[in-house]
Design a protein around this ligand. Structure first.
Ligand code: IMP
Ligand code: MG
Length: 194
């Protein structure tokens, strides 16, 4: 169990992390999602596509909890600056290794926020003619959505706060924290991320 005090080991000077989802709770929920996914596609080979880097841990746990035939691949995207982000400018920086045509594809993301990243990816993947295309996200922040995209499998719906841990970063830090917490700043020099 990740207690609030254990988050201190990961916390950077001038920053504070408040526990939102313990490591045990996250693992329990991923097991449930894995079972649900297998129930929805019994006997099918499932191809998980993780969005780097945030989804790395979620994908690796999900893949191990889904029984049967599972393969996976990774994709990487980057969004341009803040002003272009709102116009949906997402760029593919690493494409898949193999074709997804005719396969049962589950896109695995850390968090669904504005929805820009996922709507871009779904548009691309649909053109590649998978047999089925589904979306699994560990976290969903529906308050921030600007596109109509939705996930088929959601670990936790969370309020509009900036979270770190279990793959999610602030300035590339906190990804390795096994729990998810809300980040805030104790030094007045730093501003909260948007
Ligand atoms: P979207 O395109 O706005 O849905 O953005 C999704 C991406 O934004 C995620 O893959 C994360 O990299 C990042 N992101 C959104 N909210 C958070 C957060 O609370 N903490 C860390 N990263 C976040
Ligand atoms: Mg990300």
């Amino acid at each position: 169990m990740a207690r609030a005090s254990s988050l201190a080991k990961f916390t950077h000077p001038g920053e504070k992390v408040r526990l939102l989802l313990s490591a045990a709770r996250i693992q329990r929920r991923i097991r449930e999602l894995a079972a649900q996914i297998r129930t929805d596609f019994p006997g099918e080979q499932l191809h998980l596509v993780g969005v780097l880097k945030g989804a790395a841990f979620f994908l690796s746990d999900l893949a191990r909890y889904i029984p049967g035939d599972v393969s996976f691949d990774f994709i990487a995207v980057s969004s341009y600056g803040k002003e272009t982000r709102s116009s949906g400018q997402v760029r593919l920086t690493r494409d898949l290794d193999s074709s997804i045509e005719g396969r049962v594809v589950i896109v695995v993301e850390d968090i669904l926020d504005t929805g820009m990243t996922l709507s871009y990816l779904l548009r691309i993947f649909l053109q590649r003619k998978p047999k089925h295309l589904r979306v699994a996200v560990l976290l969903d922040k529906p308050d921030r959505r600007v596109t109509a995209v939705r996930a088929d499998y959601v670990g936790f719906t969370i309020p509009n706060e900036f979270v770190v841990g279990f793959g999610l970063d602030y300035a590339e830090r906190y990804r390795n924290m096994p729990a998810v917490g809300v980040l805030s700043f104790t030094s007045s020099k730093k501003k909260a991320p948007e």
